[in-house]
Design a protein around this ligand. Structure first.
Ligand code: NAD
Length: 504
């Protein structure tokens, strides 16, 4: 217990103890050991953070955009220099492999690089003489105090989808990281402070529903960015908008991977494998339902099972760990994933590779489940419909591409979908007709990079403007339209009547 740290909030530029008696546990999922306690803040801490942010807002709003961007340049360099350190923290609290954590930090670096260029996007528009002697212009203004609420699965990266853009647009930002993985956010925030972000401009509060609801209902929080499960995304969207806020809320997913009979088998298997089992399946863009079209299924499943059986499962928190896949986030989540495999067996599907049997010798208390393949799954079975968020890939067999698209229509989610094929017409039909917001052709994870928005559809997103890229900038700013007229004294006709109906 000696090494168990109690996390602090960042309020007004200072690391400060939360005013709460409630705490959540943070585990090392590789060992099942308790490593930290997250305070579960309520109204008082949220209000302190909002007041500090409000106080900092006028000066930050008036800081020239290139100077705000310069903070991001320094932040980017610091994060790159400390990427291994951040990745190690991420792996320790989340369980994904060091390579996966490191790659996610690199994605975060790219988010900051995008924000470094935001002054180019913040330029307004103008028209000279929109009416006689009248000029029109638009100017982008920040919103004020905005907040981000993030999930457990990308502790370092997902917060960086939000606050580099929010801050560079001139807002003050309050982050509420997942209470299950607060340590990466704290380390990255230290780097942001080192980069020179002024006091109160960036804050961290910790917590669960109580803290989230305090942000959603606080009258001085102007906008909420959320990433997490669909049920909570919907709650955040409905509550936040009911309290007059802008909300962008990304939710859960069930991403279909459609394999046509003409697909190149070997790269298809590789793409599917990384998609389904990368980060132990805990990715909102993970391929989570394989749809084998026509007669491809038997050969595909056999080849796929041969490759998946080679995945090495084990502790990720030891240096140079020779493992390909780590544990899932918690004991509770492990039980949930195991329960899904049980349900498939009960409902009559065939377990081709059974992750329930995995044993990690040097860590009996770790939260491990091995990669699992389930074949002959029917569309109405639980594992075909629900998000499992673990290393489990169910296979459904259909006759035609139209059947595969119809299966997509019945899915409540619409985050991503991919097709593996050598047929241009099939790929074209798929990308135009499959009901998901992010489409991949012959690649497993079509997650957009920093320069594109994260365009989930259906129950995978609630809101109008998506997170990341130009849409992120639009979300964090409001436009002002200004009409201007100046008078040349010599041109003023003092005999012209002041009141002339129809003229202004
Ligand atoms: P979660 O919904 O349980 O938690 C997300 C955030 O909401 C956390 O900060 C948590 O503290 C808070 N929260 C939890 N319950 C709440 C409640 N009842 N009321 C208010 N706030 C609450 O999600 P998670 O388990 O941390 O993350 C996994 C989920 O996130 C998966 O469904 C995954 O698909 C999704 N996800 C989506 C995207 C995307 O871009 N669409 C990206 C990453 C993860």
């Amino acid at each position: 217990m000696a090494d168990v740290v109690t996390c602090k909030c960042l309020i007004g530029g200072q690391w400060t103890e939360a005013r709460t008696e409630r705490f959540a546990d943070v585990w090392n999922p590789s060992t099942g050991e308790l490593i930290a306690r997250t305070p579960l803040c309520a109204n008082e801490d949220v209000d302190r953070a909002v007041r500090a942010a409000q106080a900092a807002f006028p000066a930050w709003r008036d800081t020239p955009p290139p100077d705000r961007a310069r903070v991001m340049f320094r932040f980017r360099n610091l994060l790159e220099r400390n990427a291994d350190d951040v990745a190690r923290i991420c792996t320790r609290e989340h369980g994904k492999t060091f390579a996966e954590s490191r790659a996610s930090v690199q994605r975060g670096v790219e988010m900051i690089e995008f924000a470094c260029g935001l002054p180019s996007l913040l330029v307004g528009e103008n028209t000279r003489n929109i009416a006689p002697n009248v000029d029109a212009e638009t100017v982008r203004h920040p919103l004020g105090v905005v907040a981000g609420i993030t999930p457990f699965n990308f502790p370092a990266m997902v917060p960086l989808w939000m606050y580099p853009n929010g801050l560079t647009c001139g807002n003050c930002f309050i982050l509420k990281p997942s209470e299950r993985v607060p340590l990466s956010s704290i380390r990255v925030a230290e780097l942001l402070l080192e980069a020179g972000v002024p006091e109160g401009v960036f804050s961290i509060v910790h917590g669960d529903k109580t803290c989230v609801d305090a942000l959603l209902t606080h009258p001085d929080v102007k906008a909420i960015s959320f990433v997490g499960s669909t049920a909570v995304a919907k709650h955040v969207y409905e509550t936040g908008t009911a309290h007059g806020k802008r909300v962008q809320a990304a939710g859960g997913a069930k991403n279909h991977m459609v394999v046509m009979p003409d697909a190149e088998l070997h790269p298809t298997v590789r793409g599917m494998l990384h998609s389904a089992y990368g980060c132990a399946g805990e990715r909102c863009m993970a391929g989570s339902l394989a749809v084998a079209v026509g007669d491809v299924a038997d050969e595909l499943v056999a080849h796929f099972a041969d490759e998946v059986a080679k995945i090495r499962v084990g502790r990720t928190d030891v240096p140079e760990a020779a493992v390909d896949m780590g544990p899932v986030i918690s004991r509770q989540h492990l039980d949930r994933v195991l329960g899904y495999i049980d349900s498939a067996e009960r409902e009559g599907a065939k377990i081709v590779l059974d992750g329930r049997k995995v044993k990690v010798a040097n860590s009996p208390e770790g939260f491990f489940v091995g990669p699992t393949i389930i074949d002959h799954v029917q569309p109405e079975m639980t594992v075909a419909r629900e998000e499992i968020f673990g290393p489990v890939l169910p296979f459904v067999r259909v006759k035609t591409l139209d059947d595969a698209i119809a299966l997509g229509q019945r899915c409540q989610y619409g985050n991503g979908a991919v097709i593996f094929t050598n047929s241009g017409p099939a790929a074209r039909k798929f990308k135009h007709e499959f009901p998901a917001g992010m489409i991949g052709v012959n690649l497993g994870v079509p997650a957009p990079m920093a320069w594109y928005p994260f365009t989930g559809w259906r129950n995978s997103f609630f809101g109008d403007l998506h997170i990341q890229a130009r849409e992120g900038m639009l979300f964090y700013t409001q436009q002002r339209m200004i009409m201007t007229r100046w008078f040349e004294p010599a041109q003023i006709d003092k005999h012209d009547p002041v009141w002339r109906p129809g003229k202004s």
